[in-house]
Write a protein that binds this ligand. Structure first.
Ligand code: FES
Length: 314
């Protein structure tokens, strides 16, 4: 596993509800002063009050910032991540945060198409604010279920070239992106949202030049599923046996047991938590392992045992 980034201790300096399910948090360093800067599309990794590490896009201006602003949606079936942010991250509480990283960087382009779905608006809005400030042309489409679910609705409506579309959760009401994407020009497309939206955009941009369409994917997998079973993990070096409950990932169970772990996305997409698998039958749920690695490696933030127990080279 890689070395962890140095954490920053931060206090929740402000919190407000954007919709019944989405809250915005303003985090200030407990030590005061300025924070590491960042560019639009960047995220921080926050240790939530229940100990899960979660990535959240930064919403504020990243030049010499004195605070970080994030928005968090309470995900249905959340255990320890977004639910603990909503229930326990109250004003004045402290959180440990890894410094900003950016895997969704805006490249220099003559024009941009920004596409957001639901809480995926966070990096996209940060890009729109930046482009507006720079006087660079962009079109934005923001899809949500209803107006009531829509964070930053008035602000997005305020952009002259933005379209807000509510689909009421009906597939038939999906926004028709074809007109926007049919004839690729010199634009770059940035898309962040739920899997069906990203799959749709991927399908509609199959004829675009490689590298022109960018996706940001945070919650690519269900870390824990309804029918998951508990199992045991043996650590080869110490011989220690750790129980992994049905509602915790291997990574969380190790962390709960006081074992040092390294992670970033905790959604099977970044590769940070890769471990060598010594024995057992894994249920791979990540998006990073190559086929040839799957026999003897496992991403412990999302993957589990298919049956029986696992032994890890830890
Ligand atoms: S922490 Fe990113 S893949 Fe596991």
């Amino acid at each position: 596993m890689d070395t962890p980034n140095e954490r920053i201790e931060m206090k929740i300096a402000g919190r407000r509800s954007l919709t019944p399910e989405i809250a915005e948090f303003t985090l200030a360093p407990t030590a005061g002063g300025t924070l590491p800067g960042f560019t639009p599309g960047a995220h921080i990794t926050v240790e939530t009050p229940d100990g899960a590490m979660r990535r959240y896009s930064l919403m504020n201006d990243g030049v010499e910032p004195s605070e970080y602003v994030i928005a968090v949606k309470r995900e249905p079936n959340s255990r320890g991540g977004s639910a603990s942010m909503h229930d326990k991250a109250v004003e004045g509480a402290t959180l440990s945060v890894e410094p900003p990283e950016n895997d969704f960087e805006l490249v220099d382009a003559p024009k941009y198409i920004l596409i957001a779905g639901g809480i995926g608006v966070t990096p996209i809005l940060s890009m729109a604010r930046h482009l507006q400030k720079q006087g660079k042309p962009f079109e934005m489409v923001y899809c949500t279920r209803t107006a009531e679910d829509t964070a930053y609705l008035d602000e997005v409506k305020g952009f002259e070239t933005a379209t807000v579309h509510h689909d009421e959760g009906e597939l038939d009401n999906f926004f028709d992106f074809w007109d926007l994407l049919e004839n690729p020009g010199s634009e770059h497309v940035y898309c962040c949202g739920p899997a069906p939206l990203m799959e749709e955009i991927e399908a509609l941009t199959g004829h675009w030049t490689e590298g022109r369409v960018h996706f940001e994917e945070f919650n690519a997998v269900d870390v824990v599923r309804e029918d998951d079973e508990p199992f045991k993990v043996t650590l080869k070096e110490s011989g220690r046996e750790i129980e992994v409950p049905a509602d915790r990932s291997i990574l969380e169970a190790l962390r709960d047991a006081g074992i040092e772990t390294v992670s970033s996305c905790e959604s099977g997409t970044c590769g940070t938590c890769k471990c060598r698998l010594v024995a057992g039958e894994p249920d791979h749920r990540d998006h990073v392992l190559m086929d040839e690695e799957k026999a003897d490696h496992i991403m412990i933030c999302v993957s589990r045992a298919k049956s029986g127990d696992l032994t890890l080279d830890l």
